[in-house]
Design a protein around this ligand. Sequence first.
Ligand SMILES: Cc1cc2nc3c(=O)[nH]c(=O)nc-3n(C[C@H](O)[C@H](O)[C@H](O)COP(=O)(O)OP(=O)(O)OC[C@H]3O[C@@H](n4cnc5c(N)ncnc54)[C@H](O)[C@@H]3O)c2cc1C
Length: 399
Amino acid sequence: MECFDVIIIGSGPAGTATALNLLRADPALAGSILLLDKAVHPREKICAGGLIPHTLDCLNALEIPLSVPHVQVNRARVQALPGQEVVCEEGGMCSIIRRNEFDFLLVRTATERGAEIRQGEKVIQLVREPGGIRVMTERTTYHARVVVGADGSGSRVRRQLIGQTRQPVGKAMMADVPVSETDWVGFVQQRYDFNFLPVQDGLRGYLWAFPCLIDQVPHVNLGIYSLGVDSLSNAALQDCLSAEISAFRTAQTSGQTRRLRAFPIYGYAPERPLAAPHVVLVGDAAGAEPLMGEGISFALEYGAFAAQAICEALRTKDCSFDAYTRTVVQSWFGKKLARLAFATKLFYGRTARLWFTLAARSTRLQSIGLKWYNGVDGWHQRSGWDAVRAVIRRYPQQP
Ligand SMILES: Cc1cc2nc3c(=O)[nH]c(=O)nc-3n(C[C@H](O)[C@H](O)[C@H](O)COP(=O)(O)OP(=O)(O)OC[C@H]3O[C@@H](n4cnc5c(N)ncnc54)[C@H](O)[C@@H]3O)c2cc1C
């Protein structure tokens, strides 16, 4: 049986970031880290591909230039209240990539730096054994001192080694439409659109329109995010997105149908364990942010935290990972996730109208909220009181 110090299950952004951070912290680990993935890169991933500015900071820290095609977004249009729309302009709000290209870039970089990857190899069972975990795949069996669960929302690692807990599972559904088949001017305006109006009809989420390039052809990625639980049925989500797609199309193309693709999103909850002896969770397996469903920047951050904890465990030979959950929860990153989880209660609850009205009235609140969310100017690491003080200093302010 082959043995590795670290087996990372899943080679999306969370898995590759864990490998890259491990190799950065300890280059001697090259050759003892194995990434396993059931898919083969470049693989399709159902995702809108929006990278907030903080994601680019994470890539910079890993010395990975964004060398895949991307569309830069400098403007946002937000509809939250009937008859009202807010437009924010700010350079470099978002970079939109395609996940097949982006994830392949991360995987190539990780393997160039010393990680080994075996693709098309699905993990089917994980069992505790002395000194680590036995990892059984469709092809063979391995032993790992540490297993990293980077296997996304439905994480087998989480279910088999940590125990499934009932958590809000959101869902996102999307379709790509060539811009030439629409009347949409967002692509040329370098704009993305968010539509929260369906919150009034019971959706705990929003509709989006992102500009993107597929094989160099301008497209609009249209989607709907739903936080699930008490939210709308699948059919209702499909109807809502289909109506949105029709509204974007020109009269000539409005009859054509598009394939809608959906994927679950497992929301972060601060009370949930993220580790067990010999096991740590990262990325969507640990929990994505539940307000907007953004997960790529968090996946990269989880990778940095996990790598630190794993290096320490291998050095001290204590693989209990007792402190991992606490470290994540108490970090700026865990606090940001917890605040976003709390924000779902405000924006998708009974008081939604009040919060959307406040947000629409104050350009200062919009600017600071956006900077905090995007991780710009260090706002993501500042306290909530700093943000409140900064907003109140100039409040009220009319757009
Ligand atoms: C429709 C949609 C739109 C989204 N839009 C955005 C966006 O614009 N911006 C953003 O930041 N986030 C977005 N997200 C969220 C984002 O896609 C995730 O947060 C992100 O992919 C998490 O990365 P990850 O590495 O944790 O997991 P994943 O990217 O899901 O990677 C998990 C990997 O594990 C592999 N795997 C799973 N099970 C096994 C197994 N048993 N054996 C071996 N391999 C396995 C999979 O093949 C996969 O490669 C969106 C999600 C959806 C569904």
